[in-house]
Design a protein around this ligand. Sequence first.
Ligand SMILES: Nc1ncnc2c1ncn2[C@@H]1O[C@H](COP(=O)(O)OP(=O)(O)O)[C@@H](O)[C@H]1O
Ligand SMILES: [Mg+2]
Length: 337
Amino acid sequence: MNYFISARIKLTAWYVFIIFLISSLLSGLYYFRTIQILDFQAYRIERQIRNPNFFPPNFPAPDLQFLQEEFESARGQLINQILLINLIILSLSALASFFLSGATLKPIQEALEEQKRFVADAAHELKTPITALKTSLEVNIMDKKISSSARKILQENLIDVNSLESLAKNLLSLASFDRHQVFQKSPISLLTVIDLALRHVSPLAKQKNIKIDKIIPKKPPQILGHQDSLVELFVVLLDNAIKYSPRSRTVKFLVSVSKKNIKIIVADHGIGIEPRHLPFIFDRFYRADQSRTSQNTPGYGLGLSVAKTIVSRHSGRITVKSTPGSGSTFTVILPQA
Ligand SMILES: Nc1ncnc2c1ncn2[C@@H]1O[C@H](COP(=O)(O)OP(=O)(O)O)[C@@H](O)[C@H]1O
Ligand SMILES: [Mg+2]
């Protein structure tokens, strides 16, 4: 929505600028033409006055100063009028442009809204069958009667279904961020958020035998924020750290507190990210090095873009440092409550 307001203001500014150029050009032409005519008239009058036959003999020599004064006053009036007319033109055109740009952008805005609604609705509709699929897969995997090859297939299916589930969730999150400008924030305990996030990623960590080393201050601070979103933020970072690490590595989760800020670091010893990909990993649907990662690791490239939006909605910052082959470190800085 904000985007459209700024686009509307820009468009209005352009319209007004163009009208300003045209009207100043015409005003300049009008001014110089009128001054020319006045000059010519003044010259004619002066010539007539200077003509010795114009006045009767013995008539006192006329003072030509008044002619100069009249000319100057006419010029002053002309300038005032031109300025006033330009001011009126600019004010009216600013008003008209503002409405016109609004009307121009409205269909585009509506189409975009409709598209976002469609994505949100589609993601929402997908959630229910995905959840059902996931439950039945989980139940079947537990079934002792199935063969080990069938179990292996079901387990692979479960990984795909999990990634579909997170796709639907991320799409819904992005759609809801687009719609609502601000979160309903309240003071929440950072410890609760961290616990919920860790609980969420622990099955994956266990599966890959990855240990999550957490170093958290004894009295973790309160944070003014939206609990579900903050949990989602840490899930995205931890999930990536686990996903993009080989088996049996360690992931570090560090929280430190300064006077104003809370710093959260998620560091892994995984595959790392090449410098050329770093500027884009927070973009929607961007996955670094498709050939290397997407075959083994499921995902759609939405996690970090969700994470970045959540951080910015909490007036924070997220940065990344990474060395290919030796690991990545994501740092989130959030203001304290
Ligand atoms: N901890 C990490 N280690 C290595 N690469 C990462 C890490 N986190 C993110 N990436 C890279 O950034 C890309 C975007 O991440 P993300 O938005 O979470 O999407 P996804 O995990 O679904 O691919 C990933 O595809 C991956 O290439
Ligand atoms: Mg991810």
